[in-house]
Design a protein around this ligand. Structure first.
Ligand code: NAG
Ligand code: NAG
Ligand code: NAG
Ligand code: NAG
Ligand code: NAG
Ligand code: NAG
Ligand code: NAG
Ligand code: NAG
Ligand code: NAG
Ligand code: NAG
Ligand code: NAG
Length: 435
């Protein structure tokens, strides 16, 4: 009886000693049975087995302290698990880098940055969940986990991209709940004005619509109060654009992550509602949210059956596919535009030129071009360029035009934007052919 008691006492003592530290240094590595705890007791860093799946698959990760089920918010060695039971540790190597070594001294993961040789590096787990490698004297930052996220965006973290170098800071899903190695889904930014995408195997899977300086206009539930939560910023000279989450309050547990099945979830730890992770918002939500479900020139209405129809003036590219519920082929124009049949001479006849059909409450389509012209010149620009298929004037953005396919268009129940679709004048009169 005595022996287990002593063991327990020692374990308690050991764990007490371990939880005191929030940092590792050259002389004080982190062994597999130790845990770092941030100073304010918000986050922990240590070794874990996802869902206790296999003792031979251990990873170094960060999670919220004391919240179960654990939300692993960052993983170092996603692709190379520790496969021996207890010999691994996280050290600062002689070159100043963080290194995860297994019992054979093999490096499973490393920060791999250049650290000045005159500096003495240490790594600190901060109260916002950021793990930083920095100089112990000057505090100069060499590397931080917030610049290398896994599947989770923590408060104060960011995703982004550089449109000059094409480098991305993105979230990448786990392969499965038991396997943190990179899965099929990625979340990142693209375009100008910037949009958030989920990509599945590098193809668009969901899209937020452009940022209008206070919200993403393609997220129906999002209002301008989101500016208190998100900031889009960057350095256009350098080509950098970032989406930051604002660190409102250290005790807030809000975080956004991409599940192995490709759902982007915003969750928080709900103290009242049953003490668990509660979902604030997620995407995609309905059938119309999947990118391009109705194909080019198709439009999605989730309250209609079937959900897809062709835009006015367009007919299914293939009736056979369309009637089988395969809408991805999309639609084609039924009658030629005036500007396509003949150019300048007709503009001055009474028959009228091409005109614009107004569609309201829209999630605006993808593949727009932003024009830096006055709002009231937007329509004129579109009229005078035959390749302009539609335009929109968005408050907070300005003039958007579509000269390529019109894709990923959906009707919202409410709100949304107005899209002006170019049509031949024959589509406006009585001459509309039904099919
Ligand atoms: C690093 O951890 C040690 C050991 O727990 C602690 O005494 C020290 O204050 C920590 N340093 C910093 C900068 O937090
Ligand atoms: C993993 O095992 C430990 C110890 O047996 C247990 O406390 C914990 O709840 C388990 N975690 C999961 C996710 O099953
Ligand atoms: C850390 O791991 C290395 C490689 O296995 C080993 O040489 C070293 O003794 C370990 N240090 C500690 C403190 O466990
Ligand atoms: C470390 O970085 C260098 C250059 O940045 C790169 O060539 C090398 O492949 C990296 N090594 C590892 C293990 O990632
Ligand atoms: C290391 O050297 C650089 C350049 O000489 C200097 O700026 C820096 O302050 C030095 N760092 C330390 C910790 O001495
Ligand atoms: C931070 O959030 C906690 C819990 O939600 C709350 O009790 C506390 O008052 C907040 N602090 C500030 C400065 O808003
Ligand atoms: C979407 O479908 C519903 C149900 O059929 C219909 O009431 C609504 O008018 C449709 N919206 C648009 C913009 O066509
Ligand atoms: C749907 O149609 C597209 C072409 O429009 C075709 O490539 C695809 O294989 C079809 N999918 C199914 C499930 O039939
Ligand atoms: C278009 O105009 C050209 C010359 O301006 C003329 O030769 C041609 O016949 C016209 N085509 C149509 C379809 O009206
Ligand atoms: C103009 O309208 C008349 C009468 O509807 C028609 O005969 C003629 O072809 C039209 N011209 C053009 C260029 O559409
Ligand atoms: C029309 O738009 C296309 C595509 O943006 C562009 O390449 C072309 O230069 C434009 N033409 C005119 C006359 O502005």
């Amino acid at each position: 009886m005595l022996f287990p008691m002593t063991l327990l006492f020692n374990l308690l003592l050991l764990s007490h000693n371990c939880t005191a530290a929030n940092n590792i240094t050259l002389s004080r590595p982190l062994s597999q049975d130790q845990i770092l705890t941030s100073a304010g007791q918000f986050f922990e860093l240590g070794f874990f087995q996802p869902n206790n799946f296999s003792a031979n698959h251990q990873y170094l990760g960060i999670w919220y302290k004391g919240l179960f089920p654990r939300r692993i918010v960052w993983v170092a060695n996603r692709e190379k698990p520790v496969t021996q039971s207890s010999a691994a540790n996280l050290t600062i190597g002689s070159d100043g880098n963080l290194k995860l070594l297994d019992g054979n001294q093999d490096t499973l993961w490393s920060t791999n940055v250049s650290v000045p040789s005159n500096s003495s590096a240490k790594a600190v787990l901060l109260d916002n969940g950021n793990f930083q490698l920095k100089d112990s004297l000057t505090g100069a930052n060499f590397w931080q986990s917030f610049e290398h996220p896994s599947d989770t965006l923590l408060l104060g973290g960011s995703i982004g991209y550089n449109f000059k170098t094409r480098e991305r800071r993105e979230l990448i899903s786990w392969k499965s709940d038991n396997d943190p190695s990179p899965g099929n889904f990625a979340v990142g930014l693209e375009d100008f004005p910037v949009q958030t995408f989920i990509w599945k195997n590098d193809l668009p899977y969901w899209r937020s619509g452009p940022w209008d300086k206070s919200r993403f206009i393609g997220i129906w539930q999002m209002d301008s109060s989101s500016t208190s939560f998100f900031t889009v910023g960057g350095d256009l000279q350098q080509g950098q654009v970032y989406l930051y989450t604002n660190p409102i309050n250290q005790s807030e547990t809000d975080n956004i992550f991409i599940t192995p099945a490709g759902t982007l979830q915003w969750v928080f730890w709900d103290l009242e509602g049953g003490q668990g992770w509660s979902v604030v918002w997620e995407a995609p939500q309905g059938p119309c949210d999947f990118y391009g479900v109705c194909g080019p020139f198709g439009v999605c209405n989730s309250s209609k059956s079937p959900i897809c129809s062709c835009l006015r003036g367009y007919i299914p590219k293939s009736d056979e596919e369309w009637s089988r519920g395969n809408w991805t082929g999309g639609c084609v124009r039924r009658s030629k535009l005036l500007c396509e049949t003949n150019a300048s001479s007709i503009k001055f006849t009474n028959n009228g030129t091409d005109r614009f059909w107004k569609l309201e409450h829209m999630k605006l389509p993808d593949l727009s071009d932003y024009l830096d012209i006055p709002d009231d010149s937007c329509e004129d620009w579109c009229v005078s360029n035959c390749s302009c298929k539609a335009y929109a004037i968005v408050y907070g953005i300005g003039c958007l035009v579509w000269t390529k396919d019109i894709i990923d268009l959906q009707y919202f129940l409410d709100d949304g934007e107005a899209l002006f679709l170019r049509l031949s004048h024959t589509e406006f009169g009585k001459i509309i052919i039904t099919f």
